[in-house]
Structures are given as structure tokens and as C-alpha cells.
Design a protein around this ligand. Structure first.
Ligand code: DAH
Length: 337
């Protein structure tokens, strides 16, 4: 590197410096860690010994020159003797604070529920929101004449009569059982879709968590135990639970699960409709026909399954009376979580 041409470059560059920012750039360019001075200094050890002294002095002189140039410039910029662009920022104006966001309450409660099941050895699995008609219905033993298969109750994809927006997370049972072998303990969070008219308790899209366990010798009492840990984990140790006989095509026997009303503790109030109980999910022992569809021998394997609506769980837990609040993006609502 030629000292003379660097000097010339410095003289040319310093003329164009007319702001503190430009001066700082100039300083780093020549005096920074990778600047010209550092590079020149680094070449000294490679020079013949008799040249080192003279060269070193030149580099030092250059450094002194740079220092005084920078100092001079600094003074002239501060004194305003240079023509600087007119100040356009009103530094007396209050700043705009960047607010830190947080996870959506639905995401928070999904994480909370999944964590409870993960502690009991469950894995979290997800499935696609666009599903085959087979996985959503037939594979789950939902017969052709079942009302939920109707176009009024399910979003079918135009031009693909065998594809639809899943109406529940249960089809992931079929997917997971086909791609894995027992023992299985799986929870499936995700979005589901139904063409419902929107009101305080209905949306065309909401979230569910499906859960199931399959192995040799899984019993209804296993379902009860697991769900009790879940319900107490979410709603508190002092709730009680009951199983009400019900019907689902994909489980036999089937039951709906209620918890004692968290508002009135079971005495009866407007939230529980004076019943003292709140329904939280559907469940049952996996139907042998579901096992047949996925190639499991129902004489060897048994299992339980359950499914719950997340918004409903969140509404009960936090006392929210309108499901639309979750998706209106009103910060006054969201900030409370
Ligand atoms: N898929 C049901 C629904 O969307 C919920 C459900 C009920 C899931 C019982 C299950 C179950 O796995 O065993 O209404």
C-alpha cells in the first residue's frame, strides 16, 4: 500500500465530511480496527529491518495528521460553521413507545393444556386443516347419512368433493394411527371449521384439542384418570367431574364430561343454567370400526379418545361470555391475558 496515495485520498475524503455521522465513518475508515492505519502497521514486520524505522515514522505521522483532521472537523461541525442540513426532527416531541406483545390467549391455553398432557407422556401431533372426506368422516365410523356430512355442516372444497376443511381434530386419530404403531399417547391441537352463523357462542372457525391413547389393555378408568388430571390442572384442584352417557360414532361407549360449575361451585347459577355442571368435552373408548379402518386388530388393542373446544375451555376458565372477543383483535380484551 502506498502512503502517498492514501494521503491524497484522505485529503479528498475529509472535504466531504460535514456531519458527525460522516466524520465517524471517516474515522473508522482510516483509524478503525480494519482501517488504513491498522493495515499499514500490519505490514511493518514483513519489511526488511533497515526500512522498518522510516516506514513506521511515516505511518505515525499519518496517524497524527488524521487525529488533527478529525479534531478540527469535530470543532467546525459543533460550532455550526459547516453547512449542515436544517434540523427536521423536533426533539421535544414525545417518543412513540414500542409496546411488547404476547401470545394470544388461545395459544396460551393450548400451550397450557398440551403441557399437562406432555407431563403425562403424551406427544403433540398436528394435522392439516384441509382433510380428506375419508379421514374426517368414514375413517371415524361416521356414516354417509350422518347430518354432519351435509354441505350445510361442512365446508367442502369447490371442485374437490373429497376434500374439505376439517370439522374436528378427530381425523388426526386416523392419520396418526396409520403412520405409527401402538403404544400411542397423542394430543392434537388445531383449527376446525364449520359453516355456522356467527353469534356469541358460534364461529365458522374455532380450535379443538383431540387426545387419544391406544395400547393393549387401555381401559375406561385410564380415560377417567387422565381427564381428571387435565381438568384439575386447568380449572383447579377443588372441582369435581362427572361422566354422562352420550353418543359419538367413533367411540363406544361414549360420554360427555362435565365439571362442577366453577362460578357457583355446583349450587346452580346463570353460567351453568342452574344445573351446577359445565360440559367441557366429549370422550369414549375408540370404536372397533375405527381400528379396522387403520389396520389395528380391535381384539388386541383398545384405546380411549376425547375432544374439546379450546374457546369453550377458555371462556369457562376466564368468564368470557362472547366467543367473538377472541378474534376481534381488540387490544383492551387481549391485553388482559
Ligand atoms: N370430534 C367431536 C366433535 O367435534 C369431539 C369428540 C368427541 C372427540 C368424542 C373425541 C371423542 O375424540 O371421543 O364434536
Amino acid at each position: 500500500m502506498d502512503i502517498e496515495s492514501i494521503k491524497a485520498q484522505i485529503d479528498a475524503d475529509i472535504k466531504n465530511v460535514n456531519s458527525f455521522q460522516a466524520l465517524e465513518d471517516f474515522r473508522t475508515r482510516y483509524m478503525g480496527r480494519k482501517g488504513a492505519i491498522a493495515q499499514l502497521t500490519a505490514t511493518i514486520p514483513a519489511l526488511p529491518p533497515q526500512e522498518r524505522g522510516a516506514f513506521g515514522q511515516k505511518v505515525n505521522a499519518l496517524k497524527t495528521k488524521l487525529l488533527s483532521l478529525v479534531e478540527e472537523k469535530q470543532k467546525s461541525i459543533s460550532s455550526g460553521s459547516l453547512e449542515t442540513p436544517k434540523e427536521t426532527v423536533d426533539i421535544t416531541m414525545p417518543g412513540i413507545a414500542q409496546e411488547l406483545g404476547h401470545l394470544h390467549p388461545i395459544t396460551q391455553i393450548i400451550n397450557e393444556i398440551c403441557a399437562i398432557f406432555i407431563r403425562m407422556g403424551f406427544s403433540v401431533v398436528e394435522g392439516p386443516e384441509v382433510e380428506t372426506e375419508f379421514n374426517n368422516f368414514t375413517g371415524l365410523n361416521i356414516p354417509l347419512e350422518h347430518p354432519s356430512r351435509d354441505a350445510f355442516d361442512t365446508f367442502y372444497l369447490k371442485g374437490h368433493e373429497k376434500l374439505l376443511l376439517r370439522s374436528h381434530t378427530s381425523p388426526v386419530q386416523v392419520r396418526a394411527m396409520k403412520s405409527r404403531r401402538p403404544p400411542l399417547a397423542i394430543v392434537v391441537p388445531g383449527r376446525v371449521y364449520r359453516p355456522d352463523a356467527v353469534d356469541a357462542s358460534h364461529l365458522f372457525m374455532f380450535h379443538q384439542i383431540e387426545g387419544f391413547m391406544v395400547d393393549k389393555g387401555i381401559k375406561f378408568s385410564d380415560l377417567k384418570g387422565i381427564l381428571e388430571v387435565f381438568a384439575k390442572g386447568v380449572f383447579g384442584e377443588d372441582i369435581s367431574m362427572r361422566f354422562r352417557p352420550h353418543f359419538f360414532p367413533f367411540t363406544e361407549p361414549s360420554a360427555e364430561v362435565d365439571i362442577s360449575c366453577i362460578i357457583c361451585k355446583g349450587k346452580g347459577c346463570s353460567v351453568c343454567g342452574q344445573k351446577g355442571w359445565l360440559e367441557i368435552l366429549g370422550s369414549g373408548m375408540i370404536h372397533p370400526n375405527v381400528f379396522k379402518h387403520v389396520g389395528y386388530n380391535p381384539k388386541v388393542y383398545t384405546g380411549f379418545a376425547f375432544g374439546m373446544g379450546i374457546e369453550r375451555i377458555a371462556m369457562l376458565k376466564y368468564g368470557i361470555n362472547d366467543i367473538r372477543a377472541f378474534f376481534e383483535n381488540d387490544l383492551r380484551f387481549l391485553k388482559q391475558f
